[in-house]
Design a protein. Sequence first.
Lengths: 291, 671, 250
Amino acid sequence: MALTGLFLCLFLVGHLLGNLQLLIPGDDGQRAFNEYAYFMTHNPFIKILSYLTYFSILFHAVDGLVLTIQNKKARPIKYAYNKPERNSKLPSRYMAILGSAILIFIIMHMANFWAVMHFQEDIPLEKMTYVFESPSGESVDFDYYTTHNNGVTINNFRNHVPVSAVEKDSLTGKSDVVIKNQTEFYVDGQKKKIAEGYKDLHSITLAFFGHDKEDKAGLPANEYAIVAVLLYVLAMVVLAFHLWHGFASAFQTLGFKNEKYTKLLDGFGKVFSVLVPLGFAIIPIILFLTK
Amino acid sequence: MSVLDAKIPEGPIKDKWTNHKNKINLVNPANKRLIDVIVVGTGLAGGSASASLAEMGYNVKAFCFQDSPRRAHSIAAQGGINAAKNYQNDGDSIYRLFYDTVKGGDYRSREANVYRLAEVSANIIDQCVAQGVPFAREYGGLLDNRSFGGVLVSRTFYAKGQTGQQLLLGAYSAMNRQIGKGKIKMYNRHEMLELVKVDGKARGIIARNLVTGELERHSAHAVVIASGGYGNVFFLSTNAMGSNVTAAWRVHKKGAYFANPCYTQIHPTCIPRSGDYQSKLTLMSESLRNDGRIWVPKNMEDVEAIRKGTKKPTDLSEDERDYYLERRYPAFGNLVPRDVASRAAKERCDAGFGVNDTGEAVYLDFASAIMRYGKEKATVEGEYNASEDRIRELGEGVIEAKYGNLFQMYQKITDDNPYKTPMKIYPAVHYTMGGVWVDYNLMTTIPGCYAAGEANFSDHGANRLGASALMQGLADGYFVLPYTIGDYLSDDIRTGPISTETSEFEEAENDVKQRLESFINNKGSKSVDHFHRRLGKVMWDKVGMSRNETGLKEAIAEIKQIREEFYKDVFVPGGMDELNPELEKACRVADFIELGELFANDALHRTESCGGHFREESAEEDGPQKGEAKRDDKNFAYVAAWEWTGDPGAAKLHKEELTFNDIELKQRSYK
Amino acid sequence: MKLTLKIWRQKNANDKGGIKTYSLDNVSEHMSFLEMMDVLNEQIIAEGKEEPIAFDHDCREGICGMCSMHINGQPHGPDRAITTCQLHMRSFNDGDTIYIEPWRAKGFPVIKDLVVDRSAFDRIQHAGGFVSVGTSGNTQDANAIPIPKADADKAFDAATCIGCGACVAACKNASAMLFVSAKVSQFALLPQGKVEAKRRVLNMVEQMDKEGFGNCTNTGACSVECPKEISLENIARMNREYLKASVTGE
C-alpha cells in the first residue's frame, strides 16, 4: 500500500504539472497541452511509467480491498458503543471508503478523457488558423491541422495539413486526404502516411468544462459542465482527505518515521495533501468561469 | 529441635556457597530430560526458576492463576534491586550488603543464606542486562545507581519507577524462550489447590483450570512453591487482588513448616483508605521521603478544622505543625526505616491527630523541598532576585523531574494536587518476611518440595530493606534453586515418569473436590469478601503495626469465630465447572483465615519486639531509646517454624536457633 | 451518584451473550472504577438471582495489565494514560449511563462476561520476545557494553508495555502492531538484542498474523489509548526492521 501510494503521489505531481498547462491562455496553451499529451503517450519511458501507474492503481485498490476484508474479520463482533473519534482522526478511519470514491472518480475520469483519447476514432485533432496577407493586401484565414510529418511537404505547407484537404468534396464524396487510426493522414487511395496530427485533448477538456469552441474543434460545450466541475472538485476534496492520512501513513509503514523526521514528514504530508488536490481543483473552476 | 536441619555448609561464610556447589550431587544432562519439575507461581522467583530449570534440561510445568506469567505481582515493585557491584566505588562489597541485610532484618535471618544472596547479587545484574533489561544509565552509557533506606552506599539498580516490571519481563522473556522450545509447559489461569505426596515426597499437585473449572492432576519429581507473600490476610494491602497464601498454606498443611508468620512489613508511605468500598492500597515509593517532610497538626482544633474543611493544611504556620519524625529521631529524621516510620504515624493517628475523615492519614509535605530546590535552581539560572512565585515554579519543576510519575499517580487516585497541597499518606501492609521454612537448599520440610522468593522465609529476618525483595526472588530462581534442586533430584534419575493414576492423587483430588463442593452447596447469606474484610480488620487492628498480649488473644478468638461463621454462612454463587471468581476467592480466604490464626499465635508467642513485629510490652523503658522497640536476643534469636497439627490454633512450634558468627548483634538506633 | 450500567454478559465462550442493564446507587466519586464494579457485584450477590460479573483485574495499580474493560466506547475509559483500575468515578457524573464491554477482537475471544483470552499475546512472545542468553549468570559484566542513555531510555519506554491489549481493543482493525512493535523495538535498540533482530521480527510478525489480528492502517488510536503511552515510533521502527529483515534475509 505504502509503495504504490507514494508512487501515485508522484504521479499526482506529474499529472498536476501537466494539467496546469490548461491554464495557459490562447493557442499557446492549446499547443503546449496537446504537445504534452502527445509526449505522454509516445515517450517510451513515459509508457513504462504509465503502465506502472495503472498497475499501482490496481494493486493499491485490490490490496486495500484485501486488507479491509482482513481487518473486518479481525473484529467479528463490534462494540455496542464505540467512540473512535476520541482516539483517531476521521480520514484515517475511512481510508477504504475514501479510496473507493477515488477509484470511482478515476474510472469516470478515464472514461471522460483517457478512453476518448485512446479509442474514439473521430477524435478531434488540433487545428490552427493562420492569417496571412495575400499579395493583394487582403488578409486571408487559413485553417489547417497541426501535424508533424517528418519533412514531407504537402501543398507547400510544412507541418500543416489544410483542413480543406480533409473535407469531402460535395460532389464526388471524396477528399484529398483521409484520417485513419485517429491521427494519421493519408492521401486518399495511397498507402503512404503523409503526416500525423495532434489529438486536441485541450479542446475536449475545455469543452467538457463548459467552453464553447465550436468554431475550432467542432466541439459543443458540455451541457452539464457545472455538474462535472462540482463532481471533480468533490473528488479532489475526497483525495485531499485520503492524502491527509495516506501520505504520512506511507512513510510510517515504510519505517521512515522517527523523532527527528516525524514532524517534518507529517507537516509536509499535510501541505502536500492540501496543495495538490487544490491545484487540480482550481483548473476546472477557472475553466468554467472563463468559458 | 532435631527435625529442623538447615543444612548450612561447613567452612568460613565466604566459602560456604562455593564449597556447597562443589560438593552437591548433579544430574547429568541426559538424565535431566527424564525429570519433571512443577513450579507454582511465575513472579521473579518462579519465572526465573522455571526458565533456569528448563534451560538446564528439566521438563518444567509452570502454573499461574493470572492469564499470563507476566502479570505476577513482582511486576508492581517500583524502587530497584540491590547488588554489591561497587560500580560507584563507594566501598561497597559482598560483606557490606550481607551486613546491611542482616542488620536491617533485625538479626532474625539466617547468616549463611544472606551471605549467599549478597554473593550472587552481582550476577543478577549481569544476567538481566544480557537479557535486555533496560536499566537506567548515565550519559556515559554505564549503569546508574541510587541509594535506598538503611544503607550508606549507592547499590540500587533501577529502571525508573518500574524496576520490578522490567525484571519480571526479563524473567518472562527467558521463560518464553523455553516455552517456545517446549521445555516449559505453561499453565495459565490454573490455581494449585493441593500438594500430592507419594511415599512422603512431594510428587505433584492438584490444580484447577480456572476457565473450565476442571480439576487436573499434575505429577513431577519435585514441586517448587514460588507463590509470593500473604499480605492479603489483612484484606487491604499493596498486594495484588489475587495474591494469596493458598499454595504455601497447602504445602504447610501437608507437612511443610511455616516460619515466622508474624513478620510483616508495613510500608509507611501509601495512599490512605478513602472509604469502606476500598479494595486495595497503593504504595508511594519510599524515595519520596528523601524530600517530603511528614507532619500532623500540633493542636486538636486544627485537626478538627481540617477534617471539617474549614481549614487547609497550607493555612497552618510552621509553629502549628508537628514534624514528629524530626522531633523524635533527630539523627535520621524523615528517613528512619520503614517499620519505625510506620509506627510513628500510627502513634499520632491513634492519639487523634489523623488528618482525613477516617482519622488515618498524615501529611507528606514537599513545600519546603520545592522552595529549597527552587532557590538552588534560581541561583544556577542566575535569577538572583526571583520572586517567591518564580522560585516555587522552578522548585516544582525540579520535583516533577524527580517524582513526576508518582505525583501524577497520586493525583489520579486522590484528585489532590500534591505540588500545591501536602500528600496524605498512611502505612499499609506491603511484604511478608515470614513464609514456608526452608533449609539452605531452599527445600521445605517435605522432601522434594521447595519454596523460593517471598513464599519462603529465609533472607530478610524480621524486616526487609528496600530493593532487596527483587534481589532475593531472582537469586533464588536463577542461581540458587537450579543448583540445589539437583542434589535432591540426582536420586530420581531412575524413577521414571510419575503416574497420576494412584490413590494419592485420587485422594488429593477428592479432597479438593469436596472442598469446592462444600462452598458451592453452602447456601449461606454473606459474600466471601464480607468475611475477608472482617478478617482484615481484626488483623489490622490487633495483629498489625503494634501488638499486645490482650489484643492478640482477642484476635485469635475473633478469627476462630470468623472461621466458624465463614464455613456456616458463606455464599458462593455460580458453579464449579466454569470461570467462577467467587469460588476462587472462597478457597483463598479459607486459607487466609487459618493462616491469620497461626499468624496471631506466632505474634503472641514472640514477646520481644523486632523489625516489623512491635510488641508493646517489649519497649525500652528509659534512656534515650525510651519507647523504641526492644529486641530480646537471649530468648528469641530463633526462627519460629510451625508444624500443622490439624488446627491452626494448635500448631507445634519448632525452633531453628540463629547463630551469628560473622556479625555482632547490636541494637538499631535512629535517634 | 446514581448510575445506569449497560454491561456485556456472556456465560461462556459458546454463549451468544448480550448487554444487560443494571442500576447502581450511592456510588462515591472517590471509588475506582473496579471498586464500583465490586460494589455492583456485592449487590448482585446479595440479590442472589444471577452470578456476579466476571472481569479480569489483579494489581489495581496500573502495572499488571490484567484489567481490560471497554468503557463508554474507549478501552480503559475516558481518561488518558491510565488503566481501568486507575480510572476513578469522579470522571463520571450523576445519572450517567455507562457501557462496559469486553475487548473485541478475533485474537481475544471472550471467556466469560468481560474476561477475554489474551494468550495470543503470549504466543507472539514465545515466537521471539527474548534474547537467547542462558540464565547461568556467566555472562560478561553488566557494564562491559556501554549503551547510550538515549537508546537505553527509548528501549525502556518501549519496554513499559503492560500487555493489556488496549491497543488491539482501540484499533478499528484490531491490530496488535503496537504491542508487538514495543517488544521488537526494545530489543532492536539494545546491543544485546541486535544479534537476533532479524529472526525476531520475522517470527513475531508471522505469529501475530497467525493469531488473526488485523493490519495496521496507522490510525494512531492504539497509542492514544495506551495506558503507558507507547509511541507510534515503535511501529515505524518495527516496519523498518521487518523490511530490512525481509530484504536481506537472515
